[in-house]
Design a protein around this ligand. Structure first.
Ligand code: GAL
Length: 414
């Protein structure tokens, strides 16, 4: 009897033991839910499955990722972190400091990430010398997208200064055309605002104001002028802008309901997913002024139990920075690869412009981290700025009051 029981226990243990490692698995929290975004993240899902991985999707809708980050905090606080999370910039450091990130240095070193990632990107992916995130892309934020037919029909060329933009917008208004398609959400207001600050003040001022948070810059005449320009732009949006998702604003330009959208190049992913051709159906140009606002999406792996999940994390990290994913994903997403050795021949003209401008900006010291998309500041400081920007955009607040509110909000955000 005793032997039989032992045999039974051994058999169960053997079965349990062999099923202990079913294969790489990952529950992935991200906020890529629009047409172009979903098509892009499917590239990773398919590659993960093709390599034996089991992907559990955890999409949290909401452009810019605020809702996704709220969901992340809830999961971590309940002791049930996702396996992998779309996380970027200083937020990576904030979560590392909480002691909840996994170390993926083994993958980074085996794959030679240090040799193929620009130093500015690699720095965002490292935590006290270890690798704690895998970079997906380089999105550029400071773009203007335009409906080519509307511009042609109204004799308008892509503006190179904000005065030219305003003149074009006035002409379009007079013709009964919505000049600026915009989604009235705080992160979208912040996106437009940072391009205005860069364009009016230049990269050095952008660094002083929105990265260094220098009080003199935050209360300067240039900041006053930036809020003046935001007030002009508020006059160019349609009456139904409030709460509109960014991709619906992109659709307005795509469908000829509006002329321009100021948005990062994830908007290009929407045009491409709809079969539109850059240079023919839509135009892309940097927002007025010199510089390049970068926004690097990445995935951080959280410290979760189980060999299957840890294998899933290592596989995800390897695939994310792999040549194939870096090419195919970014061709769909509207961004350019994070690694610098991917052949861009198959990419479109907007991507080539982005790569060229990124190189020139890096050489010229005008390659700046996007504050609106979490690359420049920690959450409290970025949120303080965005609260002021969206309050101003959605009221008749004067620029002088906005500037004072901005300096006070930043000072009180620590
Ligand atoms: C950005 C993100 C992009 C895109 C965009 C709209 O913050 O980096 O990948 O998702 O938000 O949601």
């Amino acid at each position: 009897m005793k032997r039989t029981a032992f045999a039974a226990v051994s058999a169960i243990a053997l079965v349990a033991g062999t099923s202990a490692f079913a294969g790489p698995e990952a529950e992935v929290l991200h906020y890529w839910t629009s047409g172009g975004e979903a098509k892009s993240v499917a590239v990773l899902q398919e590659e993960f499955a093709a390599n034996g991985g089991t992907w559990t999707d955890m999409p949290v809708a909401g452009g810019g990722g605020d809702a996704a980050m709220t969901a992340l905090r809830a999961r971590v606080l309940s002791g049930n972190a996702p396996t992998a999370v779309q996380l970027k910039g200083p937020a990576i450091q904030e979560w590392y400091e909480e002691g909840v990130l996994a170390d993926i240095s083994n993958v980074a070193e085996a794959e030679g990430w240090a040799n193929v990632l620009p130093a500015s990107i690699a720095a965002h992916m490292q935590c006290e010398g270890t690798w704690c995130a895998a970079p997906v892309n380089v999105h550029r934020v400071d773009w203007i997208w335009a409906n080519a037919e509307i511009l042609e029909a109204n004799g308008i060329t892509m503006p190179t200064t904000w005065d030219e933009f305003n003149t074009a917008a006035d002409k379009l208004m007079a013709a009964g055309i919505i000049p600026l398609a915009h989604g009235g959400q705080a992160w979208q207001d912040a996106t437009v605002f940072e391009t205005v600050v860069l364009g009016l003040g230049g990269a050095e001022f952008y660094q002083q104001a929105l990265v260094d948070l220098d009080p003199a810059a935050l209360t300067s005449d240039t900041m006053l002028a930036s809020f003046d320009q935001m007030r002009k732009l508020r006059g160019y949006v349609d009456g139904n802008f409030s709460g509109r998702d960014w991709n619906l604003a992109t659709a307005m330009v795509m469908n000829g309901e509006a002329a321009f959208q100021i948005m990062g190049d994830w908007a290009k992913g929407e045009f491409l997913a709809a079969g539109k051709t850059p240079g023919t159906d839509f135009l892309c140009a940097s927002t007025p002024g010199d510089g390049f606002l970068y926004n690097v999406d990445s995935f951080a792996m959280f410290d979760v139990a189980g060999d299957d999940k840890r294998a899933g994390q290592d596989l995800l990290a390897k695939l994310i920075v792999g040549q194939n994913f870096q090419k195919v994903f970014n061709m769909n997403k509207g961004s350019i690869p994070a690694r610098d050795d991917v052949d861009l021949a198959a990419f479109d003209s907007c991507a080539h412009l982005s790569a060229k401008d990124m190189g020139a900006s890096s050489d010229g010291g005008s390659l700046m981290p996007s504050y609106a998309h979490g690359m420049a500041l920690r959450g409290a400081q970025a949120g303080a700025i965005t609260d002021v920007v969206t309050a101003h955009f959605n009221s008749d607040m004067s620029s002088a009051d906005a500037v004072k509110m901005l300096a006070d909000a930043v000072a009180n955000s620590y």
